[in-house]
Design a protein around this ligand. Structure first.
Ligand SMILES: CC(C)(COP(=O)(O)OP(=O)(O)OC[C@H]1O[C@@H](n2cnc3c(N)ncnc32)[C@H](O)[C@@H]1OP(=O)(O)O)[C@@H](O)C(=O)NCCC(=O)NCCS
Length: 151
């Protein structure tokens, strides 16, 4: 997924993969992480994950869990056939069934049309890196055209 949406050196991606794998396993063990996979002819072609993250109590939000959608990826040859949207709809069903009141995500240029169509709205999140000298690591692609060219 990162390869498609950002310019990050392979060595950094490989290192991040190992860390992500460990982290996801830990979250799964505490029932806070679920994966959704679409198979075509017995082959996985699309997937996405849901992380049930702790959030602070706030007015008009029930409970202290939000469902965070991440790691959405469809193999290029299988895109545009509704697999991505199907995963998002399934993730919404999964979260609703557990009484979770809100789903959050950060959209790539690829993913944004799907999320918008399913009712997601933009928020006003901001960020500031606190490591000395660090700004955004790896340029994020801002259009699907650029992203396709870069693969
Ligand atoms: C985002 C992504 C997971 C969507 O997967 P998908 O299986 O193509 O999703 P869908 O088929 O449900 O929807 C694709 C939408 O992309 C567009 N699309 C149509 N044909 C397409 C194609 N051949 N290739 C790419 N996108 C296409 C359309 O907007 C389509 O919506 P539509 O229902 O109006 O046609 C996939 O493009 C991907 O893996 N991108 C790279 C990684 C990424 O950006 N992940 C998301 C991070 S938030």
């Amino acid at each position: 997924m990162w390869n498609a949406i950002a310019e990050i050196p392979k060595a950094d991606l490989d290192a991040a993969d190992r860390i992500y794998r460990r982290w996801a396993r830990t979250q799964m063990k505490s029932n806070r992480f679920a994966g959704f996979i679409v198979d075509v002819g017995g082959e996985p072609v699309a997937s996405g994950c849901l992380w049930l993250m702790h959030v602070q109590p706030r007015p008009n939000w029930k409970g202290t869990t939000a469902a965070y959608l991440l790691s959405m990826f469809t193999e290029p040859a299988h895109r545009g056939r509704g697999h991505g949207a199907r995963i998002v709809r399934e993730a919404i069903r999964f979260a609703k069934a557990r009484g979770i009141p809100v789903m959050l995500l950060h959209a790539s240029a690829f993913g944004e049309p799907i999320y918008t169509r399913l009712g997601f709205e933009r928020t006003t999140e901001m960020r500031l890196f606190l490591e000395p000298g660090k700004r955004r690591r790896g340029r994020v692609r801002t259009s699907r055209k650029t992203a396709r060219r870069g693969r």
